[in-house]
Design a protein around this ligand. Structure first.
Ligand code: DC
Length: 234
């Protein structure tokens, strides 16, 4: 048990936190692919919990039922296919209504605790890149590199608008901007694990940066910390 715990702690973790549509998901995924590391999209777990609550008619504030639900559902991530209780929900979980629901249930501390073990399970050799809101502050406090990604709110709204249109979802920029600000305020002001940079996080403003520039920044930072990181490349 003790050995397993120590072994687990030796697996390097890079955390990439930030607000909605800051680009952290894409950047984290590409950094993970570059280093041959595992990837955790912790927001997906909150979305799946929200989706399950909607599907099984559990109220967003019924904490006891939410925790029971989270403990009971079966989740699987395979490449770009995400399944909830055996059903592919990869598209449905990205709907704006589910984004809002995920943010609403995420305010409850017991919900966050119920998702803890599922997040820690992603920490496997050779390493992990984890993206979310509290990866560096709560979930992986011993991460070797903590990044906090930001971008202007206009920039983030534009990005989300393009993503939604690209996926064929209806979208209005004013509504996106409003929802985004509402979600930022809720995520940053909740009592439990609010969105904020860890004290030891490096800030990266991607407002005027391409995705590959942002990825490069993170990879270079990691290589500076870990000189032998390049030999971990696939
Ligand atoms: O990253 P995302 O937009 O998919 O996340 C959806 C919501 O889930 C987000 O608004 C707040 C919540 N969340 C959280 O509270 N903590 C995380 N580590 C990740 C997401």
């Amino acid at each position: 048990m003790e050995f397993n715990h120590l072994f687990h702690r030796c697996v390097p973790v890079i955390t990439i936190d930030g607000p909605t549509a800051s680009g952290k998901g894409t950047v984290a995924q590409l950094v993970a692919a570059h280093l041959g590391f595992h990837f955790l999209d912790s927001g997906a777990l909150y979305r799946l919990a929200g989706l399950a609550a909607q599907r099984y008619h559990v109220d967003k504030d019924d904490v006891t039922a939410l925790v029971w639900l989270i403990d009971s559902i079966h989740i699987s991530f395979r490449k770009s296919c995400v399944q909830l209780d055996g059903v592919d929900v990869s598209t449905e979980m990205r709907h704006e209504a589910i984004s809002k629901l995920a943010s609403s249930i995420a305010v409850h501390a017991p919900v966050r605790v119920a998702l803890l073990a599922r997040q820690h399970a992603f920490r496997k050799p050779p390493g992990l890149v984890a993206d979310g809101r509290d990866m560096g502050t709560v979930i992986f406090t011993d991460a070797v590199l903590k990044v906090f990604l930001t971008a202007s709110v206009q920039n983030r709204a534009q990005r989300r608008y393009k993503q939604l249109i690209h996926k064929g979802f209806p979208a209005k920029i004013e509504k996106i901007l409003y929802d985004l600000l509402e979600r930022d305020v809720r995520d940053a002001n909740r009592a439990s694990a609010p969105l904020k940079p860890a004290l030891d996080a490096r800030l990266l403003d991607t407002s005027t940066m391409s995705i590959s520039e942002a990825v490069n920044h993170v990879v270079v930072w990691y290589q500076q910390i870990k000189p032998y990181a390049s030999i971990e490349k696939k």
